[in-house]
Design a protein around this ligand. Structure first.
Ligand SMILES: [Zn+2]
Length: 497
């Protein structure tokens, strides 16, 4: 007898192009059949009028907690991976997460930048510490950020990063923009390690600027050079934000590099506002406004919604709390058609993934919130992308503006991210697809209703339209209601099959 039968929905499999009204049969944690007359089941989900698709795989999720998982479940996410920053030590991170009642499947990359902090300034890495907390540490001694490593240091950075991969890291997180001082020799060694171990790298490019020298374009060209020189798979994080006004030029260069067979992939999130920590080095660049085209008033402190006045205000704020989260409004997608067109290029980039860059949830005192409260209170802040990335994409780009067919949109949220990670974790061949034998990570949504609700004023509003969400065959959301006891999320490590 089947465990669950999903009956009569519009079933979409992005790999085969299957897009037909059919039933989906689930036994245990797997899909066992797709078709008609599949037999009796303990539970039947009526999917009439709804879309049935593989659960979304978010390869850029910094939240990694129960509240982050719950908000992302309403956004259709069934697997949330911390790949851009990563964690270190990786084994301790997985150990700590195993004690959390994770709702979604999870995993991390090995954190090159933490290895760098440990080697360059002797920062002690604490077992299982949240990645964004470690990102804020060491702000008082910026050598890890601005200085090139000598040969001995570079070798130790590579050795620590390798240890993270060997402990199960799903690749190497390279938030180069936070350590732009890292030299080409060190980066080439890190990319050698990636190529040798068949693990992708996930890069936040070394610099963001509309003008040379040290433009965004220079950083993309360097990244393409590393892919060519070492054979490493270079994944480019958030093409929408780090390209600033040069999205079109960046997209053209990436496409040319891909056409030459280089292993380069990319992702975007559907907002013109970024989020990071206030101590990010590029904010303190004296030429910040000239290089980015935005003023300090484009930077907003998340917990207080206060906009900064000038560089002195920025420096005082980072002194007060280097890990404080900020929003950075770099594109005006509400009122500026040219900015909206730039966002379109990144979101619709052919073969590109949608990835949220979801941020952790923060309490009014600035500390991370990782508790059990539901619904999340209005005093918990993050970024609307932590709640609404995938549903916003489906709402605006697919349903309202009809910029791409539904099957292709589903691929950008599921199959394409699965393919990015699967060379290092073959288990992903069973995810991002809706076929017999695949994992029963499934979203069932109403295309008429699916929409993000989170705004910059109220980030804690879960999205609409996800009627049922299953993770490993277990319902997390049923008839639009979250099961507070559901914790079916599993760890995914390098080598898992
Ligand atoms: Zn980033």
């Amino acid at each position: 007898m089947l465990d669950i039968l999903i009956r009569g929905g519009r079933v979409i499999d992005p790999e085969t192009g299957f897009d037909t009204v059919a039933d989906v049969a689930i036994a245990g944690d797997r899909i066992v059949a797709v078709g008609h007359d599949l037999g009796a089941a303990r539970q039947v989900i009526d999917a009439t009028g709804l879309v049935v698709a593989p659960g979304f795989i978010d390869i850029h999720a910094h939240g990694q907690s129960v509240p982050a998982d719950r908000m992302q479940a309403f956004d259709g996410v069934t697997t949330a991976l911390e790949l851009e920053v990563g964690a270190l030590p990786v084994g301790a991170w997985y150990k700590r997460q195993a004690q959390v009642r994770r709702v979604l499947n999870y995993g991390t990359a090995s954190a090159w930048i933490f290895a760098r902090k440990a080697v360059m300034i002797g920062l002690e890495l604490q077992d299982g510490e949240a990645s964004l907390t470690v990102m804020g540490r060491g702000a008082d001694d910026p050598r890890w950020s601005v200085q090139a490593a000598n040969e001995a240091e570079a070798n130790r950075i590579v050795a620590l990063t390798r240890q993270g991969i060997e402990e199960g890291g799903l690749g190497i997180g390279i938030p180069n923009g936070y350590a732009p001082g890292a030299g080409a020799k060190e980066m080439s060694l890190i990319c050698d390690l990636a190529a040798e171990t068949d693990t992708p790298t996930y890069t936040h490019i070394a610099q963001m600027s509309n003008i040379d020298p040290k433009s965004s374009i220079e950083a993309y060209v360097n990244l393409i050079g590393l892919a060519a020189a070492t054979g490493a798979h270079m994944h480019i994080c958030h093409l929408n934000s780090t390209s600033l006004q040069d999205v079109d030029r960046a997209a053209k260069l990436i496409a040319k590099a891909q056409a030459q067979g280089l292993k380069i992939t990319t992702e975007a999130y559907p907002y013109g506002t970024g989020s990071t920590i206030v101590s990010a080095g590029f904010f303190a660049d004296p030429a910040f406004s000239q290089r980015t085209g935005t003023g300090y008033d484009a930077i907003e402190l998340v917990t207080t919604h206060r906009r900064l006045r000038d560089i002195d205000d920025l420096l005082a704020s980072r002194e007060a709390d280097p890990s404080a989260l900020v929003l950075w409004h770099f594109l005006d997608t509400e009122d500026n058609a040219a900015d909206r067109a730039l966002l379109d290029i990144s979101v619709l980039y052919p073969g590109g993934a949608i990835a949220s860059d979801a941020m952790p949830w923060t309490q009014p005192d600035g500390g991370l919130y990782e508790g059990d409260e539901w619904p999340l209170g209005d005093d918990k802040t993050s970024h609307p992308r932590s709640s609404g990335t995938f549903t916003r994409f489906l709402r605006q780009w697919v349903h309202e503006r009809q910029m791409l067919p539904l099957g292709e949109a589903i691929a950008k949220c599921s199959l394409i991210p699965a393919r990015i990670v699967e060379p290092c974790a073959p288990l992903f061949r069973r995810k991002g697809r809706l076929q017999a034998g695949c994992d029963a990570d499934i979203v069932i949504f109403d295309l008429e209703q699916v929409a993000d609700r989170a705004t910059f004023a109220r980030m804690n509003l879960p999205s609409d339209g996800m009627r049922h969400v299953l993770v490993n065959g277990q319902p997390v959301i049923s008839n639009g209601i979250l099961d507070l006891n559901a914790a079916p999320g599993r760890a995914i490590r390098r080598g898992d099959r």
